[in-house]
Structures are given as structure tokens and as C-alpha cells.
Design a protein around this ligand. Structure first.
Ligand code: ZN
Length: 283
């Protein structure tokens, strides 16, 4: 896989003059006929829309979170909310919890890999043996129930991308740094440990008829609408809702579902919250 990513990036850069990893990654996807969402792709696809605004938003988030963390450190010797790294990220204290929150400020411990990854019995776009078919056991069972419920309503979902390892994200990130420089990489590429796909609690889901469309237009399909209205019944939330980019750090991704259990999912759905808001991680 690494070879494929490398060669895809190389080919993209040489032949197409791509200036960033996300485009290169898309080319890789095109070549392999494999579709996945890379959270960063979503942001990089339309950088011309409002890059300045996004920068400001990101800056505000960083500033505010750093302040609140400093206050906590003053009040308590033991960080209640994770340990701080040199680059200003918080290492989550509970990587195995189904409540774990990973985002651009909160990362998993280096090299973290869930111990209970399994392949759910659902339709997949990725080929057999691909780690993208893996998800944690508790989420796999829930995903199977979700897919079965959709099928009984005549809908045709397909699972596209689940688990993504630390090493794979590291390769993607480091290639971006090597190709485009640190500043660009930090802006558009998830640092290793900060992709929610590494938790094993996430799956990208598409309409089987439109499997190449991991785009906001997924919400216009019957499958996308059903997923938005029903994912919570099976313990999943739409992790990056529309209009919440300033809180989640990511553009709307109606295809990216995250397992949190039925109780949390129901509350988050009914109150129209992000996980950051629900768990009090957004000031
Ligand atoms: Zn995703």
C-alpha cells in the first residue's frame, strides 16, 4: 500500500503537477479504482472558498483550547484531559474508550492500534484483506445492524473505508511535508495520530450505486438521507455535520459515521451537537 501511495504521488507530481498530497491521493484512488475520504481532501478540494477564514477559525480554536488547558494545568497537577505534546497537541488518555475524541487538537498515542479490529459482514468496496475493511468489534456489530436495516428499506449501502493505521497516515503526512513543506502539510494533512479512522470506530459509507461519491452530495441520495436520519439508532453519529466546521475542524462529511453507542448517539442527534460540544471539549 505504501508503495502504491508513493508511486501514486510520484506519478501525480510528475505527470499532473499536483502541488499537494490530497490531489495526489485522489489520483491514487482513481488509479486503483478505490475511493476513500481523507479528511484533508475535503478541506483541500475547495481551498479557494475561504482559506483565510479557515485559517482564522483554526487559529481561534488553537488559542482557546491552549488557554483552557493551561488553566487546567494550573489547577491540577495531573492533566484530566490528556497530556500535552511539544507541538501543542493533546494526547488522549483513553484511546480504547468508545467515547474517545480525536481531532486536530487531540491525537492518539503514537502507534496506537485497536486490539479488537474485525471485519463486519457488510458489502465492501475495498478488496479482501484491505485494512479499510476493519473496524472495532463493538462498532462492527452495530454496523451490520445498520446495513441490515437499510437493506430492509430497499437501500443499498456500501462500506468504503474504516480503519487507517498510524503508519499509513504517517506516510501520507511525511510525503506531504517532503513535497510541499511543513506549513502546507500542517494545514491540509492530518498529522499521524489525529485521524479518527485510526480509532477503529469510524466507517465511510456510500450509496452502492454512487460509490465514487464521497462528497457532500451523498446527502442527496436515498442512502445518504436515510443514514443522516437513522445512524443514531445504531449508535453512530454523523461526525462532521454541516455548519459545524469551526468546531470539528472538518467540512461536512455526510458519509463519515462514528460509533459512540446508542445513548450518546441519540442525545447528539436530537440536540444537533458535535461530539466536541457534547463532551465539553469546545469552549
Ligand atoms: Zn472518513
Amino acid at each position: 500500500m505504501k508503495k502504491i501511495v508513493y508511486s501514486g504521488i510520484l506519478v501525480s507530481v510528475l505527470l499532473l503537477g499536483c502541488q499537494n498530497e490530497e490531489d495526489a491521493q485522489k489520483d491514487v484512488n482513481d488509479q486503483e479504482q478505490i475511493v476513500e475520504d481523507n479528511e484533508d481532501i475535503a478541506q483541500d478540494e475547495k481551498p479557494e472558498e475561504s482559506p483565510a477564514k479557515n485559517e482564522e477559525i483554526d487559529g481561534d480554536i488553537d488559542k482557546e483550547i491552549n488557554q483552557s488547558e493551561k488553566e487546567e494545568e494550573i489547577e491540577e497537577d495531573v492533566p484530566v484531559n490528556g497530556t500535552q505534546t511539544e507541538d501543542g497537541l493533546t494526547v488522549v488518555p483513553d484511546p480504547n474508550s468508545i467515547d474517545v475524541i480525536v481531532n486536530k487538537q487531540r491525537k492518539l498515542p503514537d502507534g496506537y492500534e485497536p486490539t479488537d479490529l474485525v471485519e463486519p459482514n457488510v458489502d465492501f468496496y475495498a478488496e479482501e484483506g484491505d485494512p479499510k475493511r476493519l473496524i472495532r468489534k463493538v462498532a462492527a456489530t452495530a454496523l451490520e445492524e445498520l446495513f441490515q436495516a437499510a437493506e430492509t428499506e430497499g437501500l443499498d449501502l456500501i462500506a468504503v473505508s474504516g480503519y487507517r493505521s498510524y503508519d499509513r497516515q504517517k506516510v501520507i503526512y511525511e510525503n506531504n511535508v517532503a513535497t510541499n513543506g511543513q506549513e502546507h502539510a500542517d494545514k491540509y494533512s492530518a498529522k499521524p495520530g489525529t485521524s479518527e479512522h485510526q480509532t477503529g470506530l469510524t466507517m465511510d459509507v456510500a450509496s452502492a450505486a454512487l460509490v465514487s461519491v464521497l462528497e457532500p452530495s451523498f446527502i442527496q441520495t436515498d442512502e445518504g438521507k436515510w443514514l443522516a436520519d437513522n445512524a443514531h439508532r445504531f449508535g453512530f453519529v454523523i461526525r462532521y455535520p454541516e455548519g459545524k466546521e469551526a468546531i470539528t475542524g472538518y467540512s461536512y462529511e455526510p458519509w463519515h459515521i462514528r460509533y459512540v453507542g446508542k445513548d450518546v448517539a441519540k442525545e447528539v442527534y436530537e440536540a444537533n451537537l458535535t461530539l466536541e460540544e457534547f463532551f465539553g471539549l469546545y469552549p
